[in-house]
Design a protein around this ligand. Sequence first.
Ligand SMILES: [Zn+2]
Length: 371
Amino acid sequence: MHTPHGDIPTPVFAPVGTQATVKTLAPDELTELGATLILANTYHLYLRPGADLVARMGGLHRFMGWSGPILTDSGGFQVFSLESLRKVSDEGVKFRSHIDGSEHFFSPERSIEIQEQLGADIIMALDECPDPMNYEYNKVALGRTHRWAERCLRAHTRPDQALFGILQGGIFPDLREESARFLTALDFPGYALGGLSVGEPKEKTWEVLDFTVPLLPQDRPRYLMGVGSPEDLFAGVERGIDLFDCALPTRLARNGALFTAHGRINLRKAEFAEVAAPVEEGCTCYTCRHFSLAYLHHLYKAEEILGLRLNTIHNLHFLLEWMRRIRAALQKDTFGQLKADFLARYVPVQDEAQRRDNLEQRRGKPGHRRE
Ligand SMILES: [Zn+2]
């Protein structure tokens, strides 16, 4: 992907900088890690410090001191996550700030206006994000999402920003197909798959990709929103996804959970108190080149800020490095081998297994049964 702030080799993983900062890291550290795209959240920046203030400060790139490509979401996903705090109509969505309870309104036009003030390279259409398993609601919401997509296109004025459309339709093939047909006719420069990884069984996520991605144009980036655990990157790339974002690696890092080739470990465990080895032998990140597990365990126990930073560096390096390997394997046509090698060693940890168990139960409920 080419943007006014640089090229983005794909497939790409974008670290999340919710409040115009990838938590604990400075932009030069992100560059050193090889990050080529950062995501910032419109909802949060609109509420604080305000999109007009960011614009007066020269736009998001200058404000946060990051000269590379930035993507902003539409604000819709956060608003729809507020549940009781919102009211949806064809006009837009009314919601209350989680900070001070004040009332706000996002229409498609307002979302685009705010994103133009923020000034990211890639911006997103406002969409409605319903429960992916509820057919009737998805049918209604889909019509609204499509009308909103047209209004976003009409409202969009900055030619230096690429406005991506977002497909919805839950887990339902007919709705996803309708969404793909409608949005591709509008000729967006890129397409996101919205409404996934929001509680549906993981198998369903991949099923949706299996029948939806082939309906999208080959020459436009495909963006799987909110997905980014290591095994998911392989599953997404295999199905033609070019762009991922996820707060998981940075959030886990701050909780002491670190990725390794064998799965996740947690620094809180006493077993690491006297381990002189790094998190992962052979890892070339700053953290692994300089520090032992024993030291990271100590920083975690002592709640030292440096620990959060070192953990974040390692986790982002892990994902960005595997994405580099994936890109290289795609070039050499050895992706299948790389994926097999990765999955042969990588074991998802207990809470991941727990989540799958919950989803198994959920699948057994009426209305959620597989065909
Ligand atoms: Zn490392």
